[in-house]
Write a protein that binds this ligand. Structure first.
Ligand SMILES: [Zn+2]
Ligand SMILES: [Zn+2]
Length: 570
């Protein structure tokens, strides 16, 4: 790298003048898998890269999804010139419908990416707030002061892109999610030739690269190997009905299921709303091809012999209300699984979903179906580059500076170390985390400051819930609730009803009944003395009751359930 930079255009400029610094701001995806969101700042203008969601972790009861904290973007909305999308996965586009409430900016991406993202935005009723601009493979668009180039990469959704920002500080290359699939289903490979050309002619000043599989040695298998397995499995199960579950956005996987089904004389029915929507979208865009007449409606499957049916289903992650979970529970409206049926789970549980997927597998077995999953047949491969591929990208780009992105702390750490072994100057390798602002200037790269980047929890329709609510739910889930109800007469200064102590989900060391009586007595005592002292304010009396009950529960049981006083005036 030293060799090359001595003759690169960047170094030539360094001597002549000081160039505007470039900043990269990370709002999510550095420290967790999901809610990917970063911002590139060029000459004071901002371009957002991806707006993803994260699926909730087990200690987030009742949370449906987690968003990046958009405070920085909201406060700087007038500086945002555009949003660029690397690909259509939920952890990269799922947050758009929330961000677009606060900010209007054109959204750029491949036709499929934009199609997948726009669908969600439409569902949220925000179509009027979003302008989607489709970009072709290899296209460069001008966004604010910056030329932005979209470079094809392979991943587990078609039409994924790496993005090169041509900035005054040189080329900043964001890999997006990628793998180096040499035999992709659609023949569209990661454009290493273009990336190499950029490195040779302009130099890659900063590489931001996907770290998801940075701990895994070797190379990720080609997606097309799954097709070989599917064809073999389908052929061996002539006469049996087959149900395949995979991500609805994994259209190359879906293509291979379609091909295997067709080769074994089966027709395809989709199950699950997102599967139907995505199949329709991909067929319209020419990304998914199906032989004429091969797609039937799910209502028609009973009119065909089992051996002529293949059902494509959602729910490969064990999502409770998805088609696959309903089938496993025997509650599907469309499919009653039995001994002769075959279910293929063509996916790997994403972290946090292992338990739910395990439950689904148990349920399917209970119904008598044969269950084939990645533990015993190669029916799934990853969409992310392993160490061999990450090294290849580092070698082809020879970046001056490197920041690993997309991964938990451990993945980022391994990827940073890998970059150093691949020859990136250790002082130019930065392990950043959510909220970090990285500054790239004539002197080099460094962490400059931070912006808010906490988790934003979303609970169904009730958009964001704050940390207090989540904390309450965690307390309720782990310790339960103790509630005290009483009414007081503020004139006569007497407790006229209660106190009565009620508990939910709370297990004390002695009988709950006895404990409740003693707890009520201690609250009654506290209320009486407070009233006698002249306290005639209902809020104050609630505080007194909470304190008395909390103290009693704490000393008697050493537990900290949620304490809820309900003291009312008559
Ligand atoms: Zn992805
Ligand atoms: Zn991702």
């Amino acid at each position: 790298m030293l060799q090359r930079s001595s003759s690169s255009p960047i170094s030539a400029c360094l001597v002549a003048e000081r160039l505007a610094p470039v900043r990269v701001i990370f709002l999510g995806g550095l420290g967790e898998i999901g809610r990917n969101c970063a911002i590139v700042e060029v000459e004071g203008r901002l371009i957002v890269i991806d707006v993803g969601i994260m699926f909730p972790e087990p200690d987030m009861p009742g949370v449906d999804l987690v968003l990046p904290d958009f405070t920085f973007l909201r406060e700087n909305a007038d500086r945002v010139d555009g949003i660029v999308l690397t690909h259509g996965h939920e952890d990269h586009v799922g947050g758009l419908s929330y961000l677009l409430r606060d900010l209007e900016a054109p959204v750029y991406g491949s036709p499929l990416t934009v199609g997948l993202a726009a669908h969600r935005v439409r569902e949220a009723g925000l179509s009027n707030k979003a302008t989607f601009i489709e970009v072709a493979d290899g296209e460069t668009v001008r966004i604010g002061p910056c030329d932005v180039e979209f470079i094809p990469v392979t991943h587990s959704v078609p039409s994924a892109m790496a993005i090169a920002f041509h900035t005054p500080q040189g080329v900043v290359l964001h890999s997006g999610d990628f793998k180096l699939d040499l035999n992709p289903v659609d023949g569209r490979r990661t454009d290493l030739a273009r990336i190499g050309e950029l490195a040779r002619t302009k130099g890659i000043r900063l590489l931001l690269s996907d770290s998801t599989n940075a701990e895994e040695p070797g190379f990720t298998e080609s997606e097309s190997t799954v097709g070989v397995t599917l064809r073999r499995l389908f052929a061996m199960r002539a006469g049996q009905r087959i149900v395949v579950a995979c991500f609805a956005s994994h259209l190359h996987r879906i293509q291979q299921v379609v091909d295997a089904a067709h080769a074994s004389g089966r027709r395809i029915a989709t199950l699950g709303r997102s599967m139907k929507n995505n199949v329709d979208l991909a067929r319209r865009l020419g990304i998914l091809t199906m032989p004429p007449g091969s797609l039937i409606d799910i209502t028609e499957i009973d009119s065909l012999p089992p051996g002529e049916i293949c059902v494509l289903s959602t729910g490969s992650q064990g999502e409770p209300m998805a088609a696959m979970s309903l089938m496993a529970a025997g509650q599907s409206k469309w499919l009653d699984l039995g001994d002769d049926d075959v279910v293929v789970l063509s996916a790997h549980p994403i972290p946090g979903n292992e338990w739910s997927v395990g439950q689904v597998i148990n349920g399917l077995h209970r119904r008598g179906a044969e269950v084939i999953h990645s533990a015993h047949e190669p029916v799934h491969v990853s969409g992310h580059a392993r160490r061999g591929e990450l090294s290849t990208l580092l070698s082809v780009t020879s970046p001056d500076c490197f920041v690993p992105v997309h991964g938990e702390f451990r993945h980022l750490k391994h990827h940073a170390a890998l970059a150093e072994t691949m020859g990136v100057d250790p002082s130019n390798v930065i392990q950043a985390t959510d909220g970090d602002v990285i500054r790239l200037d004539d002197r080099g790269i460094r962490k400059e400051s931070t912006v808010p980047a906490g988790y934003l929890y979303v609970d169904g329709a009730a958009s964001d819930i704050d940390h207090g609510i989540l904390r309450d739910r965690q307390v309720l889930a782990s310790e339960g609730m103790v509630m005290v109800v009483a009414s007081v007469d503020l004139q006569t200064r007497e407790v006229v009803a209660g106190p009565e102590v009620l508990t939910r989900g709370w297990a004390g060391p002695t009988s709950e009944e006895l404990l409740s009586v003693e707890a009520a007595a201690s609250v009654a005592q506290a209320l009486k003395s407070s009233l006698a002292d002249g306290n005639a304010d209902i809020e104050g009396l609630n505080r007194v009751a909470r304190r008395a009950l909390g103290r009693f529960v704490g000393t008697r049981t050493r537990q900290k359930p949620m304490i809820v006083p309900v003291i009312v005036a008559t």
